[in-house]
Design a protein around this ligand. Structure first.
Ligand code: FAD
Length: 362
């Protein structure tokens, strides 16, 4: 029998970052169903840090993560260009209004300036908003860093151990995670990504309606090669995004959101074809080859904000879930916030913990 203060279910970016924040102050055990952590959403991201991504409710977490990520060398300058064709210009205006006063610089661009930044842009009427602060983010390095920090502070990670049973007895959790793993813990943390509602059910906690949605990315060879100076290009109407990848390659997504049961998802050919079709309407590049494609699950609470905090009905059950499409870029601030809530510490200025509590669904 293992005894810990905190047992975390899931060792993706959420579980690993929280473990690293908690481990200096509490004994922590991470339980991961897969043989390697990072196999699911964390290992499948598009690897950008964009302060506006996820909306104004998520932005404070992303912005508050910037300093740590820059300091750790996890970010690389990129810039994002929110692009609109005629008919969608009002979307850019609404987008800029939504972030007015946030401190994020969104520079309006006319058609000529958009074309300067996107070589091969098809003729037409274009406008853009340039978000200079956007960067690429080293996802694998960040995840590995958190796992390392957690281990160095004494946290334990057990893989190939899917949670099977959890019950609260005499103020402690009794947990069975297969792999001959019998655990007792004061607090059970649900950092199970797409499986967050399933893990809640196993523990006898009412699910919150956290829904996984499939998102597809394809890695392309295009002619001419995608220049490394290309920004992340995001359609204002949410139909695609693309960005350059090493060696002149391009990462392209149709921005799909297909509700999907938790699992090991694979890309559908139709989604890759849709992405290419949408891109080809914007630029005159020739797609030479789809080198690879992948899909992962982005899991959202009903209001699309993450869920950080203790369950309202079951004591000792802590939600750290619903990281949607922003779980990498928000990880440092989210982990600090989660640790403050778990340990009874002070929440840093600029973050409103109340808006992320599960109590908002009660
Ligand atoms: C295509 C795509 C592009 C994305 N792009 C970006 C991006 O550019 N920037 C960004 O910030 N975010 C991005 N995201 C979102 C980001 O990847 C996620 O928000 C983040 O990885 C969520 O981390 P997590 O730890 O909650 O989930 P996961 O990485 O899925 O980890 C959850 C873990 O819990 C484990 N688990 C589940 N059930 C159990 C159980 N019963 N017992 C034990 N373990 C269990 C799973 O095996 C899994 O390893 C993207 C996501 C996708 C799919």
């Amino acid at each position: 029998m293992k005894r810990h203060d905190v047992t975390i279910i899931g060792a993706g970016m959420a579980g690993a970052s929280l473990a690293a924040a908690l481990a200096p102050h509490a004994s922590v055990l991470m339980i991961e169903a897969e043989s390697l952590p990072g196999y699911h959403a964390t290992g499948r991201s598009a690897a950008f840090w964009t302060e506006t991504y996820g909306g104004p409710g998520v932005q404070p977490l992303t912005s508050a993560s910037g300093e740590f990520l820059r300091g750790g060398g996890f970010l690389k300058a990129r810039g994002a260009l929110h692009i609109a064709a005629e008919g969608d210009f009002a979307r850019l205006d609404r987008f800029a209004e939504a972030f007015a006063g946030s401190g994020i610089t969104l520079t309006p661009l006319d058609g000529r300036s958009v074309a300067d930044r996107v070589p091969g842009l098809r003729p037409g009427s274009w406008r853009g908003l340039y978000e200079e602060s956007t960067t690429d983010i080293e996802v694998a390095a960040l995840h590995a860093y958190y796992l390392r920090e957690a281990k160095a502070a004494g946290a334990e990670l057990v893989c190939s151990a899917p949670l099977r049973f959890a019950a609260r007895e005499n103020g402690r959790w009794r947990i069975d995670a297969g792999n001959a793993l019998d655990v007792e813990a004061g607090t059970l943390v649900n950092a199970a990504g797409a499986w967050a509602d399933e893990v809640a059910r196993i523990a006898g906690v009412a699910p919150l309606g956290i829904q996984p949605y499939r998102r597809t990315v394809a890695q392309l060879r295009v002619v001419p090669e995608a220049p490394d100076t290309l920004p992340l290009v995001i359609d204002a109407a949410g139909r695609f995004y693309f960005k350059p990848e090493a060696g002149g390659r391009l990462w392209l997504s149709p921005h799909d959101e297909t509700p999907t049961a938790p699992g090991d998802v694979a890309p559908e050919e139709i989604d890759v074809a849709t992405a290419i079709d949408r891109m080809e309407r914007v630029v005159d590049w020739t797609v030479e080859r789809v080198e690879r494609s992948w899909a992962g699950l982005r899991s959202f609470a009903p209001d699309r904000l993450p869920v950080y905090g203790f369950d309202v009905a079951v004591p000792g059950f802590f939600w750290f879930a619903g990281q949607g499409g922003f779980g990498i870029q928000t990880a440092p601030a989210a982990a600090r916030l989660g640790a403050a809530l778990l340990l009874g510490g002070t929440v840093e200025a600029g973050l409103d913990a109340g808006r992320y509590l599960p109590a908002r669904f009660a």
